[in-house]
Write a protein that binds this ligand. Structure first.
Ligand SMILES: Cc1cc2nc3c(=O)[nH]c(=O)nc-3n(C[C@H](O)[C@H](O)[C@H](O)COP(=O)(O)OP(=O)(O)OC[C@H]3O[C@@H](n4cnc5c(N)ncnc54)[C@H](O)[C@@H]3O)c2cc1C
Length: 437
C-alpha cells in the first residue's frame, strides 16, 4: 500500500467513522486505517458482561439515530459492536482493516522530500502495509488504549494474580478466594459487584470518585445531564479544563432494573471498602486513611449537581421538553440520597502473602498510546496538546474522541457528532487555505 490521500484517519471506532462521515459529506478524499477490525476496542478490550452505562437513545451516531424498541435500555458489547459496524456500512466509510500505523512524521522531517505530501507539507504515514502521504490527519485511535496501573504493582507478590480490564473477562477466570479491586469509578464498581456476586469476597480500594444515582426524579440521570445542558458545556467554558479532562467516569451501571451502583449498594452486597491503595511495603498493601473526606466530597458534588438539575427544572417553560426533545413533564419531586456510609473501622493494610487476597483487579483508569506518533505534540504527561481537537503546533493534524475534547460529552458515543462536525469543518477550511483559529 503506497500512495496519497488528502486525509488519513487513524482508527475505525465510532470517532474515526464519524470523522469519515463528515469528510465524505464534504467530498474530501480520505482513508480510515484500522489495525484490527471495525469497533476493535469493543471486540477485544471489554469484559463479557459489560453493558453501556449510557441509555440506548444516546447510542446514536451521525445519520443513525436509535430506532429500536427500548430507548431507555443499555446495549451489550455485542450490540455496540453491531451498531458501529452498521454505521461503517451506512456511511460507506473507506476503511482498511488490519493496517497498523507504526509511524506518523511531518513530511520533510526525515527526508529531503519537503512538499511531497502536497501543498502545505503534510504527513508521511508508515503502516504495516506500506506508506501513505496525506495533507491532513485525524487521530481517532482512542483514549483508552492501555490500562493505567501504578508502578508498585511490580511489588505485589507473584502468588497474587493480577488482571486489568483488558485481561479480565468474567469472574470464572479468577482463583477462588479474596479479590482486591482497585478503583471505584464505573469499571471498578461494576467489576466489584460482579465478582462479589460470584462468591469471591471483594475488597474495594476507593480513591476520588464521582457518585451518581442511576435515576433522579423518575428519569435516567443521563437524561438530566443532557436536558440541563451539563454535557453540552464547551471545553472553553469549563473552569478547570485540565481537571475536567482527568475526571474519573461516574459510578454507573446499565442494568435492566436501572439499579444504582454506589458504594452503599456495594457495601450492602458485602464488599469491604478500604482507602486509596498508596504503596506496597514488605508484602503488605497500604491504604490511605481519610475515607470519610473522600466520601463526603463525592456526596457533596453529587448533591450540587442534583441542585443544578432542580434549578433547571424549576424554570418555567423548561418543563415541556429537554434538549433531546424528550418530554420533561411528570417529573417526580426533588430527591436527596443517603450519605455514603463510612465503615466503622476501615483496614489500613492487607497482608498480600497471607492468602486472604488471591487476585488483584486494577480498575485504575486507561490512557491513550501514541507510541507511533513521531510528531512533537505530546506533553510530559503523555497527553496530546490540542485546542478543541486542533493539535497545537502541527497544522493539518487533528484529534477526536478524547475527554472533554470540545464538550463534556466528547468521549461518549452520542457526543461525537457535534465534535466531529466542527473538527472536520476546521480541517476543510485548512485544506481550502482559510485556516481558522
Ligand atoms: C470500559 C469502557 C466502557 C465505556 N462505556 C461507555 C458507555 O457506556 N457509553 C459511551 O458512550 N461510551 C463509553 N465508553 C467510552 C467510549 O465510547 C469508548 O472508549 C469508545 O471505544 C471510544 O471510541 P473511539 O472511536 O474514540 O476509540 P476506539 O473505540 O478505541 O477506537 C480506536 C481505534 O483505533 C485503532 N487504533 C489504535 N491505534 C492504532 C494504530 N496505531 N494503527 C491503526 N489503528 C489503530 C484501534 O484498534 C481502535 O479500533 C466506554 C469506554 C470504556 C473503556
Amino acid at each position: 500500500m503506497t500512495g496519497h490521500s488528502t486525509t488519513v484517519v487513524i482508527g475505525a471506532g465510532h470517532a474515526g467513522l464519524a470523522a469519515s462521515h463528515f469528510l465524505t459529506e464534504r467530498s474530501i478524499d480520505h482513508v480510515v486505517l484500522e489495525r484490527g477490525e471495525v469497533a476493535n476496542s469493543w471486540r477485544r478490550e471489554r469484559w463479557d458482561s459489560l453493558r453501556l452505562l449510557t441509555p440506548n437513545w444516546q447510542s446514536r451516531l451521525p445519520g443513525l439515530p436509535y430506532e429500536g424498541p427500548d430507548s431507555g435500555g443499555y446495549m451489550t458489547v455485542a450490540e455496540v459492536t453491531e451498531l458501529i459496524e452498521r454505521f461503517a456500512k451506512v456511511s460507506r466509510a473507506p476503511v482498511r482493516t488490519g493496517v497498523d500505523v507504526t509511524s506518523v512524521r511531518h513530511v520533510g522531517e526525515h527526508s529531503s522530500g519537503a512538499g511531497e505530501g502536497g501543498a502545505g507539507g503534510g504527513f508521511r504515514v508508515t503502516t504495516s502495509e506500506g506508506e501513505i502521504h496525506c495533507r491532513t490527519l485525524v487521530i481517532a485511535s482512542g483514549a483508552c488504549n492501555k490500562p493505567t496501573v501504578p508502578a508498585f504493582a511490580a511489588s505485589v507478590p507473584a502468588s497474587v494474580q493480577q488482571l486489568t480490564p483488558f485481561t479480565y473477562r468474567s469472574p470464572g477466570q479468577l482463583p477462588d478466594g479474596g479479590v482486591l479491586v482497585v478503583g471505584a469509578s464505573a469499571t471498578g464498581v461494576q467489576l466489584a459487584a460482579e465478582i462479589q456476586r460470584s462468591g469471591r469476597p471483594v475488597t474495594l480500594s476507593v480513591g476520588e470518585h464521582v457518585r451518581l444515582p442511576r435515576t433522579y426524579r423518575g428519569r435516567d440521570v443521563l437524561w438530566w445531564m443532557d436536558a440541563s445542558g451539563v454535557w453540552d458545556q464547551r471545553y472553553d467554558e469549563v473552569d478547570d479544563l485540565t481537571r475536567a479532562r482527568r475526571l474519573p467516569s461516574p459510578q454507573l451501571v446499565g442494568t435492566p432494573d436501572r439499579a444504582t451502583l454506589d458504594l452503599n449498594a456495594l457495601a450492602g452486597l458485602g464488599v469491604e471498602l478500604v482507602g486509596r491503595w498508596a504503596a506496597v511495603r514488605d508484602g503488605h498493601a497500604l491504604f490511605s486513611g481519610g475515607l470519610r473526606n473522600v466520601f463526603s466530597l463525592a456526596d457533596l458534588k453529587m448533591n450540587r449537581l442534583l441542585g443544578t438539575f432542580d434549578e433547571w427544572a424549576a424554570v418555567p417553560g423548561r418543563n415541556a421538553s429537554g434538549r433531546s426533545g424528550a418530554r420533561a413533564d411528570g417529573l417526580g419531586p426533588p430527591e436527596r440520597f443517603e450519605p455514603t456510609v463510612v465503615p466503622t473501622s476501615a483496614r489500613w493494610q492487607l497482608d498480600l502473602h497471607g492468602g486472604e487476597i488471591r487476585s488483584v483487579v486494577w480498575a485504575t483508569g486507561f490512557r491513550p498510546d501514541y507510541g507511533w506518533l513521531d510528531v512533537p505534540v505530546i506533553d510530559e504527561k503523555g497527553h496530546l496538546r490540542h485546542d478543541g481537537g486542533v493539535v497545537t503546533g502541527s497544522p493539518g493534524l487533528y484529534a477526536l474522541g478524547l475527554p472533554v475534547l470540545r464538550r463534556r460529552k466528547s468521549t461518549f458515543i452520542y457526543g461525537i457528532e457535534d465534535d466531529a462536525r466542527e473538527v472536520i469543518d476546521h480541517l476543510a477550511a485548512y485544506l481550502a487555505g482559510r485556516p481558522r483559529r
